[in-house]
Ligand binder design. Structure first.
Ligand SMILES: [Zn+2]
Ligand SMILES: [Zn+2]
Length: 289
């Protein structure tokens, strides 16, 4: 007797490079859920070209997850919002004609900054009455937060959980740029969220957290820089290479610089995998497809 197929949670990195990468492109990953819903994790400045080259249309995407507001993570959102607002495509009507808004999953401290960044173009919506101004909700449908963890040092919740259909994610604050809201994404691979795949967004290395999360994590995607400097804001390889082997063997390095090939052999010898644009992963098994 055939057993039921495994739930198909897949993640494809359309861009796999860091903020200044030309060779690997800025961050944009596509998450597919078992029911076929498609979400983007971040939407960097090169995302419109990356998605076009991959044959993905804005109207194919149900929702957007945002880790934090830096151009390499969100500067593709203006085109996403305007395309969906003004254009119909196949069965997906434009937002202005009553079509679905883009579902938005972001920590509320991040969501405020998303609008701060986009407002100067998106607030001018031609369909609103003369006195009206567009808001984030003119384009996006924020997904409600169903659970919170109390603040730890910053004035915003340490973590927030969002659920939309088969998507269940915990957005947990990371240490990226001091004082700036920024989150990682724990993607639940079962209904309870007992098994997760983890995406760092931009984060320095929190070895204790990653080690504690490892037993219930199928795969970690961590931003990585091979350049260490005072005031580090990313996953310094010098820290990543000291993680326990069990974590390293589940870890895929992404958001790296263009000199990746100089370091790749050393990283792979330690058990890390390295993400390139177009790579896709089965999140349940934690393997590259
Ligand atoms: Zn970044
Ligand atoms: Zn950043």
């Amino acid at each position: 007797m055939n057993s039921a197929p495994e739930p198909a949670f897949t993640l494809r990195l359309h861009g796999a490079g860091g903020a200044f990468s030309r060779r690997y492109g800025t961050t944009c990953a596509e998450l597919r859920l078992p029911d076929g819903a498609r979400w983007l994790i971040d939407c960097g400045r090169q995302a419109p070209e990356q998605l076009h080259a991959a044959g993905v249309r804005w109207h194919d995407i149900h929702g957007q997850i945002v880790t934090h507001v830096h151009g390499d993570h969100i500067y593709g959102l203006e085109e996403f919002a305007f395309s969906r607002y003004f254009y119909d495509l196949d069965a997906v009507g434009s937002i202005r004609s009553g079509g679905p808004r883009i579902l938005l999953v972001a920590h509320d401290a991040v969501r405020r900054e998303v609008w701060e960044s986009l407002a100067s173009s998106l607030r001018y919506v031609p369909d609103l009455p003369e006195t009206g101004m567009g808001t984030l909700e003119s384009y996006f449908e924020p997904v409600p937060i169903v659970a919170r963890e109390a603040p730890q040092g910053n004035p915003w919740d340490h973590a927030q959980t969002c659920v939309s259909g088969q998507l269940r994610v915990v957005l947990r604050e990371t240490v990226h740029v001091p004082g700036k809201p920024s989150t990682s994404v724990e993607i639940a691979l079962d209904r309870a969220g007992d098994r997760v795949a983890w995406w760092s967004g931009d984060s320095t290395v929190d070895a204790a957290f990653l080690t504690a999360l490892e037993p219930r994590t199928s795969v970690f995607f961590h931003d990585c820089t091979f350049v260490d400097y005072p005031g580090q804001v990313h996953g310094a390889f010098a820290q990543l290479e000291r993680l326990p082997e069990a974590v390293r063997r589940k870890m895929v390095l992404m958001h790296h610089e263009d000199d990746l090939e100089l370091h790749r052999e050393r990283a792979e010898a330690l058990g890390f995998r390295v993400a390139l644009p177009g790579d896709a992963f089965d999140l349940v098994r934690g393997v590259r497809l």
